[in-house]
Design a protein around this ligand. Structure first.
Ligand SMILES: [Fe+2]
Length: 348
């Protein structure tokens, strides 16, 4: 630390000592030296002084050095700690031990030997400087780690989005279905009172709900007419394919995506596929997805059907309340459909 930048605070009730020390320090390049002969005043002034070193007399009236040191404990043990150099004519072991216990770093005996005082001051300031540099480096490292973590999360989310688009491009080259479904799923999850983490996760995970369509042959996926039973059975396998691709991840978004992929065609009454789960056995994320996915499919043009109107699709969702869909999710969906619809102006 440059001497010019060091702020040194001296508390001593003897003006002669203050003059001696401040002259010594000024002569050796320390320009920011504050002296105070009143320990009570110093007690109030030191916390505001942002000093790098405190030179403290022990024997003073009204408030002795040890008492002052006791009051200054938050600074003495702060971050970085304020180094204290004790100036004392009192060579008793008890006083020294008490000062050390209160965080004093070094001692100078009165009368002073100027070269020794300077040497000890320099040592303490160097230690202080190293501590400050270490703190700066730590906070820079923390900033870098935070930035890197944020970047990794963004990259992860981008990968999820692109993976979802890859599956979507098989049968909808606009890629708008997954965008609408993901937004609707997170709005609905929020209105259902889910946590911020859940709402955010479902917004990303929903993009992968039909990931398994990557494994479905074009002859089935792109067939313009209705699927026969065998083709329908193959098509239904997309939930297993998708879930298998996503299985075993410890990333919360991919774990949720696996559940959504596997269960988004289950029905509340147990007549869905592939496992025939019913009611609350079906994870909430999949129950939400089921509603918004069907709504979006109904209101979109498909090779084999025209897009339903907004109110026709809503009526269909309401019809499935308690049979195809979780009744609570439907109730909330009907309540917020207008908001979700606003989000998706592509719908009729
Ligand atoms: Fe699906």
């Amino acid at each position: 630390m440059e001497r010019l930048q060091c702020r040194i605070y001296i508390v001593d009730d003897e003006p002669h000592n203050l003059t001696l020390l401040s002259k010594l320090l000024t002569r050796h390049g320390f320009t920011q030296v504050t002296v105070n002969s009143d320990p009570e005043d110093a007690l109030l002034a030191i916390p505001k002084a942002e000093c790098d070193l405190l030179l403290l007399d022990m024997t003073m009236p009204k408030l002795c050095g040890l008492e002052l040191l006791e009051h200054l404990q938050p600074l003495v043990h702060g971050t970085p700690p304020l180094p204290v150099l004790v100036l004392t004519g009192d060579t008793r072991t008890d006083t020294r031990r008490a000062a050390l216990n209160l965080g004093a770093k070094d001692f100078v005996n009165k009368p002073f030997d100027p070269p020794e005082v300077l040497c000890r001051i320099q040592n303490l300031l160097e230690a202080r400087s190293l501590q400050k540099r270490l703190l700066d480096q730590n906070s820079e490292l923390e900033r870098l780690v935070t930035e890197r973590t944020r970047q990794l999360q963004l990259n992860q989310l981008e990968t999820v989005r692109r993976l979802g688009q890859a599956a979507e491009y098989r049968d909808d080259q606009t890629g708008t279905h997954i965008v609408r479904v993901s937004r609707a799923a997170s709005v609905l999850a929020q209105r259902l009172g889910q946590s911020e983490e859940f709402v955010s996760a479902i917004g990303h995970a929903a993009q992968l709900h039909d990931l398994g369509k990557l494994a479905i042959p074009d002859s089935i996926l792109l067939k313009p007419g209705r699927l026969d039973d065998q083709e329908m059975a193959s098509m239904r396998q997309h939930v297993a394919f998708g879930a298998d691709i996503l299985a075993g991840s410890d990333c919360p978004i991919l774990s949720m995506a696996e559940q959504i992929a596997r269960y988004h065609h289950e029905r509340w009454d147990g007549k869905g596929y592939l496992e025939g789960l019913e009611g609350l056995q079906i994870p909430l994320c999949a129950r939400i997805l089921s509603v918004v996915d069907v709504f979006d499919a109904l209101t979109s043009d498909r090779p084999y059907k025209r897009a339903w109107t907004y109110s026709e699709a809503l009526a269909e969702i309401e019809k499935g309340r308690g049979s195809q869909f979780d009744p609570d999710v439907v109730d909330q969906f009907l309540r917020v459909a207008e908001d979700i619809y606003q989000l998706n102006p592509i719908h009729p």
